[in-house]
Design a protein around this ligand. Structure first.
Ligand SMILES: [Zn+2]
Ligand SMILES: [Zn+2]
Length: 392
């Protein structure tokens, strides 16, 4: 059974839903219209219950199968868009200038809605399926909020599953991975305060620009010299702000960056290394350093058993040869990590590439590939039917 026939029949409708969401993107925790559309559709499909109010705009559809099983699983999609000025020529391009569905969450929402429609119509399973539409995946912690607002107590389930479209992989393939699949992430802001002076009289000041350059270089030794070479981590400084003109040594310099890791122990080593080197270097020059280090996401870690369940459903839909193990995890971060910290489950990538020039996620010319809508929806539906089989 590849794509489920009944789902293929409403491919056109799913495409309309997706393009409507694309034209009306909303930023994290402000997904009022999107949340309303999702609720209305779930009611229209005849799901048993629609739960709202979690994490502001979050929505959960409850679909009960035939039979008496108390078992339950959850599927999660994200609904938010990004603050990007869209540069596609699509007819369904964003009507909300400066806000864009550049990560395909419009497609994720449409695919899970497609699965909800099919599951509510056919109920070819025994148990409960929760379809979870979360707000604010892009850095505002919608997944964390849902967990804190007791998602898994209100909706008790054995496992939770997530999926992301991936334009680097051919359309219709799946990529799976046991253990870490995406990185933990922290944001970093360092302010070096020295003493401003005339650039020709540096001995009268304490130059924060020289200190910043030493710190930027020294931070790169944390990954190369302090952590076990068999492990991995990233520290990147992405922004340096300081100075106004060529002949003045400024008072202070600000630097912003990010750190990434998979193993929490490495995450701790990155943080302590950044604090130690930054403070030590600044002090050794007679300056001070203020460090604001915020851990924004844990690593996304897949459960082995749940991943085998996900892999099996993907193979049923796409065929064994199109379901590939990922050699390496990606250093990107994913808010679904918070759900996987609280509940075992698995996160899978769904290939979306049309051709070699297809833009990657977060690009202003990215547009979700509608061809894969029935594949993603069939994956969810198959996963439900395989994991919650009807008794005979
Ligand atoms: Zn994104
Ligand atoms: Zn995304």
């Amino acid at each position: 059974m590849p794509i489920i026939n009944r789902i293929a029949e409403f491919h056109g409708e799913m495409t309309e839903w997706r393009q409507d969401l694309h034209a009306n993107p909303e930023l994290g925790l402000q997904e009022e219209r999107t949340s309303g559309v999702v609720q209305a559709k779930l009611r229209d499909f005849g799901v048993d219950e629609v739960i709202t109010g979690l994490a502001n705009t979050g929505v959960i559809g409850v679909i009960r199968g035939r039979g008496t099983s108390q078992r339950a699983i959850g599927f999660r999609a994200d609904m938010d868009a990004l603050p990007i000025l869209e540069q596609t020529d699509a007819r369904h391009a964003s009507k909300n200038r400066g806000v864009m569905h550049a990560c395909g969450h419009d497609g994720h929402t449409a695919m899970l809605l497609g699965a909800a429609r099919y599951l509510a119509e056919t109920r070819n399973f025994d148990g409960t399926v929760y379809v979870i539409f979360q707000p604010a995946e892009e850095g505002l912690g919608g997944g964390k909020l849902m967990v804190e607002e007791r998602l898994f107590e209100r909706c008790p389930m054995e496992m939770v599953f997530g999926m992301h479209n991936w334009p680097e992989l051919p359309a219709g393939t799946f990529a799976w991975r046991d253990g870490p699949i995406m990185a933990g992430a922290a944001t970093l802001e360092i302010t070096i305060t020295g003493k401003g002076s005339h650039a020709a009289l540096p001995h009268l000041g304490i130059d924060p620009i020289i200190i910043a350059t030493q710190i930027v270089a020294a931070l790169q030794t944390i990954v190369s010299r302090s952590i076990n070479p068999a492990e991995c981590g990233v520290i990147s400084i992405g922004q340096i702000i300081g100075g106004d003109t060529f002949n003045v040594i400024p008072e202070s310099v600000r630097m912003r960056g990010t750190a990434r890791w998979f193993d929490a122990v490495i995450g701790n080593q990155l943080e302590s290394g950044i604090r130690r080197l930054t403070t030590g270097i600044a002090e050794s020059f007679g300056a001070t350093a203020e460090i604001d280090y915020q851990r924004v996401m844990p690593a996304t870690v897949n459960d082995v058993v749940a991943t085998e369940i996900a892999r099996r459903a993907a193979s049923t839909v796409a065929g064994d040869t199109r379901v590939i193990p990922m050699k390496h995890p990606t250093m990107g971060a994913e808010d679904f990590a918070f759900m996987l910290e609280a509940k075992s489950g698995s996160y899978i990538l769904l290939g979306a590439r049309r051709d070699a020039n297809d833009p990657m996620l977060h690009h202003p010319r990215y547009d979700f590939n509608d061809d894969i809508l029935p594949i993603g929806a069939s994956y969810w539906a198959t996963l439900a039917e395989q994991q919650l089989p009807k008794s005979h």
